[in-house]
Write a protein that binds this ligand. Structure first.
Ligand SMILES: *Cc1c(COP(=O)(O)O)cnc(C)c1O
Length: 433
């Protein structure tokens, strides 16, 4: 949703919501999330396919529930993410637990929920056995390192620089150990793309994994149930970008599947993905208001949101499209830095961005904030996390997470023996100051 005309709400609607909930807040589009989830499922209609929504992208259970209703499983990587799955009644192989550097307690909870355990390292085998026991289904995360083929010479990240996954040799060893421990159900996983718009990258990944499954099952005489291609389908953040072509991606993967696996006793293999970004990213906006303008060496617009509400621009220099509500059709003849209030010079939502003239009080919609947006929020500089709202399919806005208050900020000072207990109590729930 990288154009002004993509907004799923009107200025009037936002004015109505702002009368009840002060800016900044994140707002999500239920209809958009559902239709997009159906589109992904339809594209892979030929396969026994399931996307496991990567909870970390948007860990609000109200949003996660929508994806579960659309047939998604969940990809969890921490205890609280597992608790979200549990709260929504999701268990068993609908949960993929893909973590790294995993604490014992988290393995224990994942095994308790019957989740598919996706091991990140060969040394995690004895660790898992000691702390949680060996479950029925085991998956390993593969890191191809330099073996990863590249697209037309374009390197897609560098797997050998990534801390994740097992090497090829370790993979064979890992499955053998698990086979000898009596495990009968296996999966293979990798995740080597991130925000990738080129559909061919996913065909390459599928092809690589299908080859591996063939080789491993032949050599070790084990039976694979699924292949997980990971997440990482990108979204067009910049106006000139277009979405990844899901139909071409699916057709290419189908071709590889049929050529490599059909007729080899592998037709049953399920195809999993674990996209987060593309499931919610385009369907969420950060709504913020211009509260200051400043003219020094550059023209600044100060808004009431900060990097604490959306970290991507400050952290990665990522582009997020900005629409000034009600000024969509005015000429973009002003060059602004749109900034937040952190005492960090990279707290900028846009640098040298051409926008219509902005007046104090104008409302800005920052696009594609539905994934890795609110989720990456933090409290640095005493910033409070913002509220989240959902525009439902019937058009009504529903609060799905209240804004943090100073009370929340200080709540962890309330521990036995704390000299600040009364101070915490004094900052009641409603205080935004
Ligand atoms: C982050 C992550 C995902 C989701 O990635 P997106 O870019 O949001 O699709 C999926 N799987 C794993 C293991 C991840 O770490």
């Amino acid at each position: 949703m990288n154009k002004d005309s993509d907004l799923f709400f009107t200025k009037k609607q936002i004015d109505g919501i702002m009368a009840r909930y002060p800016t900044p807040f994140h707002i999500y589009d239920e209809d958009g999330i559902r239709k997009n989830a159906r589109k992904l499922n339809a594209a892979f209609g030929w396969a026994d396919f399931r996307n496991h929504f990567a909870v970390k992208a948007c860990p609000n259970p109200n949003i996660v529930r929508i994806l579960v209703e659309e047939g998604n499983g969940l990809d969890c990587s921490s205890l609280p993410e597992l608790l979200i799955a549990e709260a929504l009644g999701v268990s068993g192989d609908k949960i993929m637990f893909t973590s790294n550097d995993t604490p014992a307690l988290e393995f224990k909870k994942a095994v308790e929920l019957g989740a598919i355990i996706n091991l990140d390292d060969i040394t995690h085998i004895p660790f898992l056995e000691e702390h949680a026991g060996i479950p029925d289904v085991i998956c390993f995360r593969y890191n191809p390192g330099k073996l990863r083929k590249t697209l037309d010479g374009n390197v897609i990240g560098k797997p050998e620089d990534a801390k994740y996954g097992l090497t090829r040799e370790q993979l064979f060893e890992g499955y053998k150990i698990m086979r000898d421990k009596g495990v009968k159900r296996f999966g293979l996983h990798t995740m080597i793309a991130s925000n990738e718009l080129d559909y061919r990258a996913f065909i390459e990944t599928a092809s690589m994994l299908f080859d591996l499954v063939l080789e491993i099952s032949k050599k070790l005489k084990i039976r694979f149930e699924f292949v997980n291609l990971g997440g990482g389908i990108g979204i067009p953040y910049r106006p000139e970008q277009t979405p990844a072509d899901l139909d071409k991606m699916s057709a290419g993967i189908r071709h590889e599947f049929e050529e490599k696996l059909n007729g080899k006793g592998m037709d049953h293999i399920k195809l999993f993905m674990e996209n987060g970004r593309m499931m919610t990213g385009p369907f969420g906006y950060l709504i913020t208001r211009a509260i200051h303008e400043k003219h020094t060496f550059k023209e600044y617009i100060g808004v009431d949101a900060s990097m604490a509400n959306l970290m991507r621009p400050g952290m990665y220099g990522a582009y997020h499209h900005i629409t000034v509500l009600g000024k969509e059709n005015l000429p973009k003849d002003h060059k602004y830095d749109v900034v937040g209030s952190l005492c960090e010079n990279n707290d900028k939502f846009a640098i040298d961005r051409m926008l219509p003239k902005i007046d104090i009080g104008d409302v800005l919609a920052i696009h594609n904030a539905g994934a890795h947006g609110h989720a990456m929020g933090f409290n640095y500089n005493g910033k409070l996390r913002s509220a989240e709202l959902l525009i439902k399919q019937n058009g009504e806005a529903e609060l799905i997470r209240r804004a943090e208050t100073a009370h929340d900020y200080f709540a962890t000072l309330n521990y036995p023996g704390s000299p600040f207990k009364d101070f915490v109590k004094g900052n009641d729930q409603n205080s935004r100051l």
